[in-house]
Structure formats: C-alpha cells, structure tokens
Design a protein. Structure first.
Ligand code: ATP
Ligand code: MG
Length: 295
C-alpha cells in the first residue's frame, strides 16, 4: 500500500487485493483535529473537537454508503466501506488517470470547445445522479474531476462531511475559494443544486483558460471577475460563454434552474468559432498562407 494523496480531510492510499486488483482507499482524517497512535489509531487531539470529529465521521460513513449505491460511469465507484483504527475507510475503484486540474496544467490551460462541452455534459450526468440521492457535492472543481485514461470523467470527493462542518461553523476551512458559491460562506442563503452549479461554472471558466477566480465573497462586494463573454470572445461560441456566465452568477436565482438545462445546452449544436476569429493570435504571414492554401 502506498499514499496517493493527502488532503485536509482525508488520506488516499493505493492498495492491492489478493488478486492484484487496484483500489484507492480513502481514510477519514481531518488533519487539524487528529493525531495517530503508535498502533495506527486515529486520536482526537483536543477534547473540544470530539463532537465535530464524530459528526464528520458519521457523515463520511453515510456518504460512503450513498456512493456505494450509485452505479454511474461518471461517479467514482465505491465498492466497500468499513470502520477501523477509530476512523472510517472508503474503498473505491482505482482509476488510472489524472485530475482535470493536472490535465489543464499539462495542456496549456485552454480546452477546445467540443471537448469542454462533452466533458462537462458527462460530469453533469454524474452529478445529477448524486443529487437524486439527496447528496450535494459542494466542492466541484478541476481537482475533484478525475479523468480516466480514455478521457471519461468521474466525480471524486463528495462533501457531506463539509456540509456538516458548515453547520458547526467551520465553513471557511472546508471550501475552495474561487469555486465555492457565495451561499457556502454562511451568508444565510440555503444550499442546493444551484450551489454545485456555481462550482461547475467556475470549473468551465478555468477550463477555458480563466486563471485564478476571485472568492465569491469578494465578488459580492465588488465583482472583478471579467465576464466569460468578454474574456473569451472569439474563442468559444457565444452560447457557451453565456451559459458559463449564468452558472457563475453570484445570485443563486440568476443561475440556470437545473442541471438538465445546462446539459441540454452543452449538447446542443453550435457554430464552431471560425479560425478567422482566432487568426489574430497567429503571425499574419501564417494566417495568409493558410487562407491561400485553402482556396
Ligand atoms: N478512485 C480513485 N482512483 C484513482 N485516484 C484517486 C481515486 N480517488 C482519489 N484519487 C487520488 O487522490 C486525489 C485526492 O482525492 P480526493 O479528491 O477524493 O481527496 P482529497 O481532495 O484529498 O479530499 P479532502 O479534500 O476531503 O481531503 C485525487 O486527485 C487522485 O489523485
Ligand atoms: Mg479533492
């Protein structure tokens, strides 16, 4: 067994079963609250954190239980879950691949429109299935969209533990600025499908080459986020740009009403942005040569 990743709430290990099949095992480990005994048991460091730890543990377990019942190609497959070492473990199908965040880093940060549409339509299909089980994700971002070798995406890292932590006022420690919606900052507004829609919008914006997004709380005070339709004009179809802008609306009521609507728009036919529109980025002589050749 070896470590795959370690985050604020958990540790992920790569493990093999007796038939040498690979699994990713995720351990509930809220780093700020716990230590580990010599025997490997997870121990709460401060007695005052015990209740929160237990609540998170219960939710991690519940999340594993719900995910184990979801069989969808775009949601990580949970095959088992169990308690040990005073914590909880979730056994997942191991997928060979990398996160969308890594893919964007390697690919120069800008995804072509056709690929972006297809990928997010699949992510939404998975997310919809999860919402049907009354579970919100609450941390949709390129780091939690995992791409298998064949390019098909699956959602990782669901947020029930976060949801609970939010209720006990730990919110800001658990959210990812730039991707979290304003209502995730305890502003009194309810969370819902619309909250995950904001994360989708932010992820698509990033996949277009949008760089770092300001925190939603800053946007509410003074919005410095360049609208997608300005920043990426001529690089993506106006319909897609408008869709991303709507998903990223600070007011939940201004975002698209359902995942189905977004998916429909992503899968609709659209006018490819013509090479002339992007030709400005090429040296003039090269653009001229291409035009001559295509005559
Ligand atoms: N099923 C899996 N197959 C392959 N790799 C995985 C799998 N699950 C997780 N990983 C690896 O572990 C990384 C982190 O996983 P995940 O997003 O679930 O946890 P996390 O971000 O550490 O969680 P948290 O934010 O709750 O601490 C992924 O980016 C991926 O590299
Ligand atoms: Mg993650």
């Amino acid at each position: 067994m070896r470590g795959l990743s370690s985050g604020g709430f958990s540790e992920v290990y790569l493990a093999l079963d007796s038939h040498d099949r690979k699994y990713a095992i995720k351990e509930y480990l809220p780093r700020d609250m716990v230590g580990r005994s010599d025997l490997g048991d997870v121990t709460v460091l401060n007695e005052l954190d015990r209740e929160v730890f237990k609540l998170g543990l219960k939710c991690f377990f519940e999340e594993a239980r719900i995910l184990a019942g979801i069989h969808h190609p775009n949601v990580v497959r949970v095959s088992n879950f169990f308690r040990a070492n005073q914590t909880v473990y979730m056994v997942m199908e191991y997928a060979d691949g990398r996160s969308l965040a890594r893919e964007l880093e390697l690919g120069g940060g800008r995804m072509p429109e056709a690929r972006l549409r297809k990928l997010f339509a699949e992510v939404i299909a998975g997310l919809d299935e999860v919402h049907k089980q009354h579970l919100l994700h609450l941390d949709i971002k390129p780091g939690n969209i995992y791409l298998r070798r064949n390019g098909s995406p699956m959602l990782l890292d669901f947020g029930t533990a976060r949801q609970v932590a939010r209720e006990v006022q730990f919110a800001t420690a658990m959210i990812t600025p730039g991707f979290a919606a304003p209502e995730q900052y305890n502003n009194g507004e309810p969370l819902g499908v619309w909250t995950d829609i904001y994360g989708l919008g932010a992820s698509m914006y990033l996949a277009m080459g949008g760089g770092r997004l300001p925190a939603a709380t800053d946007r509410v005070r003074q919005d410095t986020l360049p609208p997608a339709s300005q920043l990426f004009a001529g690089k993506y179809s106006p319909q897609l740009l408008q869709l991303v802008e709507q998903c990223l609306a600070p007011a939940a009521s201004a975002r698209p009403r359902s995942l189905g609507l977004i998916r429909e728009q992503l899968m609709a036919s659209y006018q490819e942005v013509s090479p002339q529109a992007t030709a400005g980025r090429w040296p003039r002589w090269l653009a001229a040569l291409c035009r001559k050749k295509s005559r």
